[in-house]
Design a protein around this ligand. Structure first.
Ligand SMILES: [Zn+2]
Length: 253
C-alpha cells in the first residue's frame, strides 16, 4: 500500500466520523496534514500564498478542498482533497494531485499553525477544524466565554479530560473565518494548548495524525455533552471535586 493510500484511508475514516457526528454540515470543517511524499508536479502552475511561510518551504501538505463536503471527502479523498508543495521561498504553492481542487478557505489559518509547529520542532503534523455542536452551544453562554471557567467545567465532567488534556483548551474570541486576525489568535492559543475553541463557530486541534486530532475533540465534546445533558434536565452537574482532579493528575498512563 503506498504512503498516499495510507493517508487517504485515514482521511476517509476521520471525515466519515466528523460527518456522522453531525460536526460537518454542508461543506463545514477542514483539515491539513504535513506529509513526506514524493510527487511529480501535476499542474506546473504556481499559486500565490497570502504571505510568505518561510518555515514551510519545500514542504508537502494534503488539505481538504474548498467547498467540499466531509461526507464526499470520506467517500473519495482523492477527488475532494488537494496535495500541494510550497516553493523554496514559502510564498507560492504548486498542486501535485491529479484532481485540480482549490485548498480550503481556511488555508491561511492552517499554514500559520503549521509554521508555528515547524518553529518548535514538535511531532504534530495534522490540523483539524470542525463545527462541534455541543462546543459551539456552550460558547453562546457568556459565562463560558472565559478560558479558565470553560476548562474547569470540562475537567470536572469526566476523569479522562484532565488526564488527556491537562493543559486545557485555548479560547479564541469571535473573529471572521478566514481572516488574518483569527489565524493569529488561533496560533497564539495553540502555542499553549492542543485545542483552540472558536467562540460561536467551532474548534481546532493539532496532533501527530488526524485520528489523534479527532480524539482530542471527541474527549472535550463528551465532557461538554455531559454538562449539557445535566443542564437539560434542570440540574447543573456536581462535577469532580478538586481533590479527585488532583488525584487524576497523578495517574500514570
Ligand atoms: Zn468553520
Amino acid at each position: 500500500m503506498s504512503s498516499l493510500t495510507v493517508v487517504y484511508n485515514e482521511i476517509s475514516e476521520v471525515a466519515g466520523l466528523l460527518h456522522k457526528n453531525g460536526w460537518a454540515e454542508k461543506n463545514a470543517g477542514n483539515f491539513s496534514i504535513l506529509v513526506d511524499l514524493d510527487f511529480e508536479i501535476n499542474s506546473g502552475k504556481h499559486y500565490p500564498l497570502p504571505k510568505p511561510y518561510t518555515e514551510l518551504a519545500n514542504k508537502v501538505f494534503i488539505v481538504t478542498g474548498k467547498g467540499k463536503r466531509m461526507r464526499d471527502i470520506a467517500r473519495s479523498p482523492a477527488e475532494n482533497t488537494v496535495v500541494f508543495k510550497i516553493n523554496s521561498k514559502g510564498d507560492m504553492y504548486s498542486i501535485l494531485s491529479v484532481a485540480l481542487v482549490t485548498p480550503t478557505s481556511e488555508l491561511p489559518t492552517h499554514l500559520a499553525i503549521h509554521s508555528m509547529i515547524a518553529q518548535r520542532s514538535s511531532n504534530e503534523r495534522a490540523v483539524m477544524h470542525s463545527h462541534v455542536t455541543e462546543l459551539i452551544a456552550l460558547t453562546h453562554i457568556e459565562k463560558y466565554c472565559d478560558q479558565d471557567r470553560f476548562n474547569n467545567m470540562l475537567w470536572q465532567m469526566h476523569p479522562e479530560t484532565i488526564m488527556f488534556i491537562p493543559t486545557g483548551v485555548g479560547f479564541v474570541p469571535f473573529e471572521l473565518p478566514g481572516s488574518s486576525e483569527i489565524a493569529t489568535a488561533t496560533v497564539e492559543a495553540l502555542k499553549y494548548h492542543s485545542i483552540a475553541l472558536w467562540e460561536k463557530h467551532g474548534v481546532f486541534s493539532i496532533a501527530s495524525n488526524l485520528n489523534d486530532c479527532y480524539d482530542l475533540i471527541d474527549i472535550i465534546a463528551k465532557a461538554t455533552k455531559i454538562y449539557l445533558m445535566c443542564a437539560a434536565v434542570g440540574t447543573l452537574p456536581q462535577g469532580l471535586s478538586t481533590n479527585q482532579l488532583d488525584q487524576l493528575k497523578d495517574i500514570e498512563f
